[in-house]
Design a protein around this ligand. Structure first.
Ligand SMILES: NC(=O)c1ccc[n+]([C@@H]2O[C@H](COP(=O)([O-])OP(=O)(O)OC[C@H]3O[C@@H](n4cnc5c(N)ncnc54)[C@H](OP(=O)(O)O)[C@@H]3O)[C@@H](O)[C@H]2O)c1
Length: 259
């Protein structure tokens, strides 16, 4: 159950090694969240994050194995994660889909297999695990699903084409899922950051409106408090996104080439 303040007590994170997820988890702990189930690909990374959350004040942190590409396993893994959450704390109040994979090369220099992996993780993996979470939350009759999407989904560019296309597909999925969940007591929130300083961007040139995981976390919590369906972070991006979408192709091409 959520506290009287509407604050989540029990949180599930798929992609528990994500830097942005870690900042969100710490911000939640600072506001009283006690219990987490962290699910991710590399047990050592997830265990280290779990230890850091305990040190930051979390009362109970469970870890679980999760690979976004193993879509046949998602239903069972998510069901087990909800059971483990109930065993340590209670129903999952907030589930965060935080995993993601970005292209290593511009599209024509990328192998088709690498492009397929990017699409698989960011789209198919998020659809199957997101639906599994939505079904669990719907069965509970309450809870919030937060999905980390990206500004890149607004208009894709060659340097990260499979990533941008997958995030655009993910946005279509989450807005449709929100509609499907109307009346179920479950909220869906799409978070659309611009460029964030994390492991994912460590070897990339910074972009305008670059921000930190902590800033993303504070914008996400503010969006949750306000009941927003879409959280742009930094918030100025809510004005930039429509300009990007409507910008003439030639201008967008110049902008994309400079990146
Ligand atoms: N950083 C940005 O500029 C930015 C901007 C907009 C949106 N986002 C989105 O924010 C989310 C979090 O990204 P981040 O910036 O926090 O990057 P990050 O620290 O690199 O986190 C990405 C996470 O995804 C996990 N992952 C990748 N492939 C996976 C798979 N097959 N199965 C399970 N987990 C997998 C990684 O796990 P491993 O430890 O196993 O690699 C890592 O923990 C992503 O959805 C990303 O697209 C990021």
């Amino acid at each position: 159950m959520t506290s009287p303040l509407g604050h989540p007590r029990t949180v599930l994170i798929l992609g528990g090694g994500s830097d942005i997820a870690f900042a969100i988890a710490r911000a939640l702990i600072a506001r009283g969240t006690g219990a987490f189930v962290l699910a991710g690909r590399h047990p050592d990374v997830i265990e280290a994050r779990a230890a850091a959350l305990r040190a930051a004040g979390a009362t109970a942190v469970e870890v679980a194995a999760f690979d976004a590409e193993q879509i046949d396993a998602h239903e069972a893994i998510v069901a087990q994660a909800f059971q483990r959450a109930r065993a340590i704390s209670g129903d999952v109040d907030l589930a965060l889909i935080a995993f993601g994979l970005i292209d290593e090369a511009s599209v024509l220099d990328e192998t088709p297999a690498a492009a397929g992996h990017v699409a698989m993780v960011n789209f198919a993996g998020a659809v199957s695990s997101g639906l599994a979470v939505a079904q669990q939350l719907s069965a509970q009759g309450h809870g919030t699903l937060v999905v980390l999407s990206s500004l890149a989904g607004q208009r894709s560019r060659p340097s990260i084409l499979p990533y941008g296309a997958a995030k655009a597909g993910l946005d279509a999925f989450t807005s449709g899922l929100e509609e499907a969940l109307r009346g179920s007591g479950v909220r869906v929130v799409s978070v659309r950051p611009g460029w964030v300083r994390t492991r994912m961007t460590a070897n990339r040139r910074s972009a305008p409106f670059a921000t930190s995981p902590e800033r993303v976390a504070s914008d996400v919590l503010r969006g949750l408090d306000r009941g927003d369906r879409v959280v742009w972070t930094p918030r100025l991006l809510r004005l930039v996104a429509p300009i990007l979408r409507l910008m003439p192709r030639g201008v967008f091409r110049l902008l994309a080439r400079s990146r």
